[in-house]
Structure formats: C-alpha cells, structure tokens
Ligand binder design. Structure first.
Ligand SMILES: Cc1cc2nc3c(=O)[nH]c(=O)nc-3n(C[C@H](O)[C@H](O)[C@H](O)COP(=O)(O)O)c2cc1C
Length: 541
C-alpha cells in the first residue's frame, strides 16, 4: 500500500504533476489533433521533466534525487552557482552546525575515492587561538601498512578481539534505517573493522552481511529484556554467543544526552522495531535514564563480569560520557576491591551526536571528549590498571588528525558515528528526529529508505575507513613513528593566544603510575578521590 501511495507523497508531487500534465496533453492532442501545435511545447517540457524524474528515481548515485526527484536538482544547481545557497535545500549550513562543509567534503571525497589532496596550502588560520598541529620529524619512518590494529581483552577474557583502531560508533537500528545498517555492516565486513550496534538491539540488518559486531546494551536492555523491561540473562547469552558478536558493551551514557537515556521518537517506532526491541508501537521508545540491573559501582563490575561470562568470555566493557569525576573514581575503586576489570572503556565526548536529545543536554551536560579521554587515561594510570583496560574515544573524530589527537590524549582506538553517516551520504539536514531524512540514512519510512543503495554505500563506508587510515599512516610516519599507539602529548602543539604556544604534554599533564592508590594531593584528583566509594555512586561525606 505504501508503495502505491508513492505518487501522492508531497516530495513526489512535482513528478506526479509532470506525469499527469504530460498524459493530459497527449489526450488533448489525440482528442483534437488541431491542438497539437499548441500542446507540443508544454508536452516536450513536462514530458522531459517526467523522464528526468523517473531517471532520478532509478539512478543510484544520489540518494537525495531518489527521494526528491526533479526538485533536488535545484540543490545541485545552486551548489554550482553559490554553494552557500544550498542550505535552503535540505541542508543546514548555519553557524554552529556540528560539522563544517570542509570537514564533510573530506569525508565525501574519501568515501568516493576522489582526490582528497588540496592545492596551494592550508586554508586554516595557523595564528588563530586554539590552532593545533602535529610535530613532524627530520627522520620520518617509512609509511607502515595502514592495517593498524590493537588486541582488546584483559586477563579474564578468553576470546580477545583484534580490532581496527578506527570503527563505527554506536548508532541503533531505529535511529538509522535498515539500508544504512546494512551498508555500514557490509562496509565493516569488507574493510575488516567493527560496527557497534547501538542500544537498539541486534537487528536482521546487522546479521545479513556478517561484519564484526560490538553489541551494546543500554538501560532498555533491547533484545535481552523480560516483558517488564528487566535484563534477561538467557536472552542475552543467546545473542552474545553468536560468532558475529566480537565484544559486548554496556552503555552507561552517551555525550549528547548523558543521564537522559535513549529516546526513539514514536514516529520512528515501526512494527518491526517494536518486535526487535520488545516495546509498544506508536509511543516514544524510552530507555530509562538509569540501569535497573545494578545500582552501585561494585554491582556494575559484577554485571560486566556476568556479561563476559554469558558471552563465552568475549571482551566486555562500558561506554560513558564522564560526569561527576568521583563516580568514575568510584568505579575504579570497585575494580580494585572486586578484582573485576572491564576489558575496555569507550569515552564519548559531550560534543557527540545523537538521533534526538533535548537542547540543554546536548549543549551543556557532560565532559568534552578530550578532557574525558585524558581523565579516564590518567585515572587508570593512577590506579596502576591502565595495562588491563583499553580505551576507545568518540566525539567528532572524523579525520586522521582527530584520531592522532585522541590517541595522544590516551585513547587506544577511535570510533566515529557521524563520520560514517557522511560516508553513507548524510548531508546534515538535521532532520534525524523527524523520520524525514532526505538521504534515507536516519529514517524508518520505506520509501525514503529505498533511496540508500546498499551495494554503492558499503563501498563508500569501506573507502572512507581505508582512506582515513591511509592518511593516519602518513601522519604517523612523518612524525617518525611506526604505530599510532606511539603518539604522545609531546607530539602535538596548541596555540594559546597570539605567540603563546604550548605542548599537549603541558596542556594535559599525566599522573605517575600508581599515584592514586594511596590517595593524592594532585589538585585535579584529590577532592574527587576522597568522595569516591566503591559501594555507592553517591559522594562520600
Ligand atoms: C544517529 C545517532 C544514533 C546514536 N545512537 C547511539 C546509541 O544507540 N548508543 C550510543 O552509545 N551512542 C549512540 N550515538 C552516539 C555515537 O555512538 C557517538 O558516540 C557520538 O555520536 C560521537 O561520535 P561522532 O562525533 O563521531 O558522531 C548515536 C549517534 C548518532 C549520530
């Protein structure tokens, strides 16, 4: 029925009108051949537009033309005349949009494997406050093969995972369309990197192409919940032991809406999603702000150990955006007290993305990625447990320099969500929450989803990954290093003001190994350390 309603959807109106007018003109000419001279010109115009419209529906290169036949050409036309005009055609270019046109252009070019080199020198103001650069070496190393990987899995992990250092960050089926999930997973399969499911459960679209999955469970326990929304260990074990699942991740929070839980607007809760998640249709699908399976740091560690056991010994960890510092120190105290250690921690920055979140949460809650990664890295060093746990970073990490910077701050690998959305063809129209995504990436509307052509987009996802790691291997070699894991704060510089330049090593000082074990007078940690307790997230005293 949906398909039959195609012509009546507003975005197909121009095509429908052209078809109707063309047929009417043919009818007129057949009814009265004397009118042929009069109707020939409008017939040629409307007929040509109708043909163009059908071509747009059938072509595979531009998802936006498949969703907005004929009218979307205006966007390309204005793009040619005055690129900034295109913000009036589906895209937001206004100040403050998450990603600039330049950054998105880099991703689009790498995804399409078109030349991403630049002529004539940098367009950045290298004397601007806050400008940052990496320091190269007089003795650069030969460029390493770009298959940079790390092994994730500590002493208690029976099945460590060899992960790429750049992977697809959590984005649930629901927030993203079936074809987007298919293309991401098939791209990950082809490129040998991992795809995080997000908190919406493991859908058939994740399973079709067999790409490595990191299964994330949030406070909604989608895909492993009882009728009343509690965690269901049997259901969890059934999925977690699948070969395709390489790691299991507990979602504590994400940067764009920390402490808010997940929201899938009612408009996007289709029959299929309600079945996969085990929730009611037509209502906002809310993941509670807090977990019900644990309520203290010690319980949380026990829950992670249980996830690892139920998955058959796969790496188990958690994702958070750092909030109260004492809470993270409390988790580390619980690790020492219980002897249970996660295999990894993913630190998401407050600048991270989301399908939908309240403004105040997006703008003013949670620690930005850099401070978060550096704080978590330092805390683990301070508790002498850094070598047991790998750190992943996410939050506006799109280019090779972003990866290098996050690794200098303490990350072992990086995840990107919106970078891979751009590779899928996202044009940042900021309509993810409306179900009217113009490129079929973030929608559950089948007629919009069809615009995203999986065989084409999986290549783009894979290309973007490969080209970004290639650029990283060049950066690493130019700095005289062999692997990104060798990048240290001393390798990066930051312009404070005017001639004031400092090294990241000064900007982000490191703790000494074990410095936190007996308490500390380090002003950045002392207060939080004293407030942290393993048996409660509430501050002591
Ligand atoms: C459409 C969308 C859906 C997301 N869904 C989830 C989710 O289900 N679970 C989660 O932990 N993070 C989720 N995130 C956050 C991302 O995984 C990521 O941590 C954040 O966007 C930062 O990465 P980025 O700057 O590369 O987008 C989502 C982000 C986007 C844009």
């Amino acid at each position: 029925m949906q398909t039959l309603m195609f012509p009546f959807k507003p975005r197909f109106a121009v095509l429908t009108i052209c078809c109707v007018v063309t047929v009417l003109l043919i009818g007129l000419a057949l009814a009265d051949p004397a009118l042929a001279d009069i109707v020939i010109l409008p017939f040629l115009i409307f007929g040509a537009l109708a043909l163009l419209g059908f071509h747009d529906l059938a072509q595979k290169d531009h998802a936006i033309l498949r969703n907005y036949p004929i009218v979307a050409h205006l966007r390309f036309l204005f793009e040619e005349i005055r690129p900034e005009m295109r913000q009036y055609f589906f895209e937001s270019e206004k100040d403050g949009t998450p990603f600039s046109r330049d950054i998105r252009a880099v991703v689009y070019q790498r995804a399409k494997m078109v030349l991403d080199k630049r002529p004539f020198g940098t367009q950045r103001d290298v004397y601007a406050d806050g400008y940052e650069w990496m320091l190269h070496s007089i003795a650069p190393k030969p460029r390493a093969s770009e298959k940079f990987r790390i092994s994730i899995g500590g002493a208690d992990c029976a099945k460590p995972y060899s992960a790429s250092i750049f992977n697809i960050s959590a984005m649930s089926f629901g927030a993203l369309s079936p074809n987007a999930i298919r293309a991401l997973n098939a791209g990950a399969k082809k490129g040998g990197f991992a795809h995080d499911t997000g908190e919406g459960g493991v859908s058939p679209y994740h399973r079709e192409n067999g790409g490595d999955l990191i299964w994330e469970i949030g406070s909604g326990y989608f895909g492993c919940r009882t009728r009343d929304g509690q965690f269901d260990p049997e259901a969890f074990a059934r999925t977690a032991t699948l070969d395709q699942i390489k790691m299991v991740e507990l979602k504590i929070s994400q940067g764009a809406k920390p402490g808010h839980g997940g929201v899938l607007p009612a408009a996007k809760v289709s029959e299929e999603i309600s079945r996969i998640r085990g929730v009611a249709m037509g209502e906002d699908c809310i993941s509670p702000a807090a977990h019900s399976a644990f309520s203290t740091p010690l319980d949380m560690m026990a829950f992670i150990a249980e996830m690892r056991r139920l998955s058959g010994g796969k790496p188990a960890g958690f994702k958070l955006c750092v909030g109260h510092r004492w809470e993270f120190l409390a988790i580390c105290k619980a690790m020492l007290e219980s002897g249970i250690y996660p295999d990894f921690i993913v630190v998401d920055g407050k600048e991270g993305g989301t399908g939908a979140a309240p403004l105040e949460f997006m703008d003013h809650l949670g620690m930005p990625m850099r401070e978060g990664v550096n704080f978590v890295h330092n805390t683990l060093v301070g508790f002498n447990i850094r070598d047991r746990i790998k750190i992943g970073a996410s939050g506006k990490i799109v280019t090779a320099f972003d990866i290098a910077r996050a690794m200098a701050l303490g990350a072992d690998w990086c995840n990107s969500a919106r970078g891979f959305m751009f590779a899928l063809g996202c044009i940042q129209s900021l309509s993810c929450h409306t179900d009217r995504c113009p490129t079929g990436v973030a929608t559950q509307d089948p007629s919009r989803n069809r615009a995203l052509v999986v065989p084409l987009k999986l290549e783009r996802v894979c290309n973007y990954h490969a080209a970004t790691l290639h650029a990283l291997s060049e950066l690493v070699a130019a700095a005289g290093l062999a692997h990104p894991s060798e990048i240290r704060p001393v390798h990066l510089a930051h312009r404070l003001t005017g001639t004031g330049v400092t090294s990241f090593a000064r900007l982000y000082p490191h703790l000494r190994p074990g410095e936190l074990l007996e308490g500390t007078d380090n002003p950045r940690f002392a207060e939080a350390w004293a407030m942290a307790r393993a048996d409660s997230f509430a501050p002591a005293g």
